[in-house]
Structure formats: C-alpha cells, structure tokens
Design a protein around this ligand. Structure first.
Ligand code: DX5
Ligand code: ZN
Length: 231
C-alpha cells in the first residue's frame, strides 16, 4: 500500500455550491485537499451537462494552488483537450471509448504540457489500455457509472483496482491510480488497501459542514496501520 503522505484527496467540484465556487475551492484546499477534481460533462457522452474551460480558467486565474485534475466525460475529446490545456489544467483524463485515436489524444495532452490519463468505466476491462499504460501519468477507475455525484460505490471495481496496482508495479510505472465515485469515509480505506493513491470525493466532502474536520478524518483513516484499524 502507498505511503499515506503520497495520497491525493481530490474533491469533485461537481458537488460544490456553484454560487460560491471560488470560495468552495479555497475552503477545501485550506482544509487539506491537495488536488481539485473538475468533472466536465457534455450531455452526450454522459446524460448530464456541467462546466467548461472558462470555469477552469476562472479558478486558475483566482490562483488555485493545487493540481487541477480534469475528468473529460465528453465525446469527441481532442478539441476540448486543447481548450483545457490552455485553461490551465494539470491532469487531463478521458474515456478511451470517447476517442477514435486514443494514443493520439494522449499525445495531444502531453504535447500541451499536461499530465495524461485514461478513465475506465466500471464495466471496461483493464486490458483496453494495456498498450498505452507506459504513457499514463494517471489511471482513473470509475467506481460509479459516470454522469452524477452522490451515487453508490460499485464494489466489484475493487478487483480492478488491485489488478491495476499490480500491473503498474509490475511495469515499474509512476502512474497515479485514482478511484472516482461513491468514495466515503467508510470505504476509502478498502480502496487504498486495494492499491489506489488518489481519491475523488464529491458529496462525501462538499456534503459536510466542516471541511477541515472531514479531511482530517479521511487522512486519519488512511494513515491508520492496517492491522490495528477499527473494524
Ligand atoms: C461522476 C464523476 C465523479 C463524481 C464524484 O461522473 O466523475 O467525479 O462527481 O462524486 P461522489 O464522490 O459524490 O460520487
Ligand atoms: Zn470524475
């Protein structure tokens, strides 16, 4: 399992108060979030519509100090990759089913100076990305079907997390392993023990009244030694 100080907690702003988005982002970073997850939905690849590069640019211009982890739930991807590179993304991840030419789209992200990732839906097997694993700065495994915050974690994804961790380690890669969807204080340790090092949490953070207390509890659960962990 990864060292706990290597963990990224990435609040998904899809669950934030959109009327105070800048303050919400500042508040979760001040509370201990070390990445911001930016869910882009086009009402085509997923049945929901969220926000675009202008909103990311507004946040980066505000002076956000942590990596912006852009999750593209869009089809096609290439034009929006370029717009999010320009808007100040740190990581840009997309669903392989949404690109006709996955390797080319990954190169587009990397040539733009951003870190590149692929996102696998719960039913998409790990083998889909086998040939481009060495190119990935981030592998994002969905633990819900994409499109909405506040959904329930899909347990069978844990097997894929374990297999992905084993493959990343076998290849000696520095790829971050991110899990996204339905992660709560009571299941995050199982996700970490399966090998994830980056955790997207939307409703589990923005649905609470004290972000510092919430994030401190999350990090406490992650840092507790396995053998002495409370049941
Ligand atoms: C769903 C998004 C997730 C979601 C996470 O399509 O990709 O990032 O916002 O929200 P929670 O943590 O509430 O499941
Ligand atoms: Zn997401």
């Amino acid at each position: 399992m990864q060292a706990s100080n290597d963990f990224y907690i990435a609040p998904s702003i899809l669950s934030a108060d959109f009327t105070r988005l800048g303050e919400e982002v500042d508040a979760v970073i001040a509370a201990g979030a070390n990445m911001i997850h930016f869910d882009v939905m086009d009402n085509h690849y997923v049945p929901n519509l969220s926000f675009g590069p202008m909103v990311l640019r507004a946040l980066t211009r505000r002076g956000v100090t942590v990596p912006m982890d852009v999750h593209l739930m869009v089809e096609p991807v290439d034009d929006l990759i370029s717009e999010f590179v320009d808007a100040g993304a740190s990581f840009i991840s997309f669903h392989p089913e949404a690109s006709r030419h996955v390797d080319r789209s990954l190169e587009l992200i990397k040539n733009g100076g951003c870190k590149a990732g692929l996102v696998l839906n719960p039913a998409t097997p790990l083998g889909v990305i086998e040939h481009v694993m060495p190119k990935l700065d981030m592998l994002l495994l969905m633990s819900v079907n994409p499109g909405f915050g506040g959904q329930t974690f899909i347990p069978y994804v844990l097997d894929k997390v374990r297999a992905a961790r084993a493959r990343i380690d076998e290849l000696g890669l520095a790829t971050r392993l991110e899990v996204d969807g339905g992660i709560k204080i009571d299941n995050i340790r199982a996700v970490a023990d399966a090998g994830a090092d980056t955790f997207v949490m939307g409703s589990a953070i923005f649905g609470t009244s004290n972000y510092a207390q919430t994030l401190a509890s999350i990090r406490q659960v992650l840092s507790a030694p396995s053998e002495f962990r409370l049941a």
